[in-house]
Design a protein around this ligand. Structure first.
Ligand code: MG
Length: 454
């Protein structure tokens, strides 16, 4: 169906067009059938107007396949991951379309480790959905629907255990928050108050619609940036609607590239573990995240491991390698001592701990990191086959260079890189390039895109 984007970890669509309650019901039944282990499933949602509609369809599908359902209400995506472990559930469903506009919504599915379904699990689950091979409803074995209202409190308590609360409290930070009226609207201010911060709230009403473009990239955060400056705040935090990504505004009112959230959190964590062997100072990120991560790992004598794109690849590698931290360059920090999901609450607490420890303004801490420029472009193709042809052309175009073929083609140049890969959900090719300047990064990406026209 047009605009229904199905991937191994979930589905997204425009509500009432490509995504309907009937589709949500079928996906939930497929998930309940796939897990095939009696128990409970946790459900949480973001603040979209369509979330209750889809949530009730999902709950119905899960109960129909024999599960007890625990409804967490509105909560960040990582809170669902935490509650799966907390309640020893078999899995979880998050009703959200993350950073997509409000007319979109979606479902994301996690297994019993609180991690999104991986490729193998997702494929098996999608087979069930496509074949409509759902478990039969047994009216004698119907389980309950229960609610839990303390999920956010549990999440916050887990984060607080992992940072130096007295030190952060002593700094009495003034923090401005733009939660896009999303799932972090209540959770992030609550966490900040527990860290002794004065909180200036902007867009933290979960009953109101999204007030800005939901993706927390610098171009969309000017209202928060102005507020930070006007109120003389120490820092500004911006979230996407499901509160797994965190973007930062400096005390000067400048939106810091979202690539730096993970770099700052990583620098703090690696520098805090001075006495462990360098081989255990492991950090995991994906192929398209800034090379500032290589610099931060090197500076702290740590090891940086890169994975394919997709949160689940990073999360599974963190778990497998017992990494200290990891995540993605889009502001998604995964701090495994709290959970195996991108978590804006962990990220915010780690950044404040860094500020308190360094006792410097955030702009000064950022200025000490090497600076790079990333450009992200896409090539729209007619078919998936055409997208793969573009990758073949890339291999020819860059033959002779050092190539990393983990996913698509990543070309490693002396002072720059370019990563060209086909999307899993639509016929497009993503082209991401990073260099020391914007001009060099643009030239690198455009040079390849132009070559396709020859
Ligand atoms: Mg998100």
């Amino acid at each position: 169906m047009k605009d229904l984007k199905i991937s191994v970890s979930g589905v997204r669509g425009i509500v009432g067009e490509s995504l309907t309650p009937e589709i949500a019901l079928s996906f939930a039944k497929a998930f309940g059938t796939h897990l095939n282990h009696p128990g409970r499933i946790v459900v949480g949602s973001d603040t979209r107007a369509s979330s209750p509609l889809l949530k009730h369809a999902v709950i119905s599908g899960l109960i129909a396949t024999g599960y007890e359902v625990i409804d967490l209400g509105i909560c960040p995506t990582p809170t669902v991951g935490i509650m799966i472990k907390e309640l020893e559930a078999e899995g979880g469903v998050v009703i959200t379309a993350s950073h997509n506009p409000s007319q979109w919504n979606g479902l994301k599915f996690m297994g019993n480790q609180g991690i999104f379904l991986n490729e193998k699990e997702g494929k098996a689950f999608l087979e069930i959905y496509k074949d409509k091979a759902f478990k039969d409803l047994d009216p004698k074995k119907l389980k309950d629907l229960k609610t839990r209202t303390n999920a956010i409190a549990i999440h916050i308590a887990k984060v607080l255990k992992q940072v130096n609360v007295p030190l952060i409290k002593k700094s009495k930070f003034k923090v401005a928050v733009d939660a896009c009226n999303g799932a972090g609207s209540v959770a992030l201010p609550k966490l900040l108050v527990k860290l002794g911060c004065e909180v200036i709230e902007l867009y933290t009403n979960p009953l109101e619609p999204f007030p800005r473009v939901p993706e927390p990239t610098p171009a969309h955060l000017h209202v928060l940036a102005d507020l930070v400056k006007k109120k003389h705040a120490d820092i500004g935090f911006a979230l996407d609607p499901d509160a797994d990504r965190l973007a930062i505004i400096s005390e000067e009112g400048i939106a810091i590239s979202e690539e730096l959230t993970l770099a700052l959190a990583t620098d703090f964590i690696l520098s805090s573990y001075k006495n462990i062997s360098p081989s255990k100072k492991i950090v995991v990120t994906n192929l398209s995240t800034s090379r500032v991560m290589d610099d931060v790992a090197k500076k702290n004598r740590g090891v940086l491991i890169r994975t394919k794109i997709g949160e689940v690849h990073v999360a599974e590698e963190i778990q497998h390698l017992k990494a200290l931290i990891g995540g993605e360059g889009n502001g998604g920090v995964i701090f495994p001592r709290v959970c195996f999901n991108r978590d804006s609450l962990s990220a915010a607490a780690l950044i404040l701990n860094l500020l308190a420890k360094e006792n410097l303004p955030i702009s000064k801490i950022v200025a000490a990191l090497p600076s790079y420029y990333i450009v992200k472009k896409k090539i729209t193709c007619h078919t998936q086959e055409e997208a793969f042809e573009v990758l073949d052309r890339a291999e020819d175009f860059f033959s002779g260079e050092v190539l990393d073929l983990t996913e698509g083609i990543k070309v490693l140049l002396k002072n720059a890189w370019i990563h060209i890969r086909a999307s899993n959900t639509e016929p497009i090719v993503r082209v991401i390039a990073e260099a020391k300047t914007k001009k060099e990064a643009e030239e690198l990406a455009d040079g390849f895109i132009e070559s396709l026209k020859l």
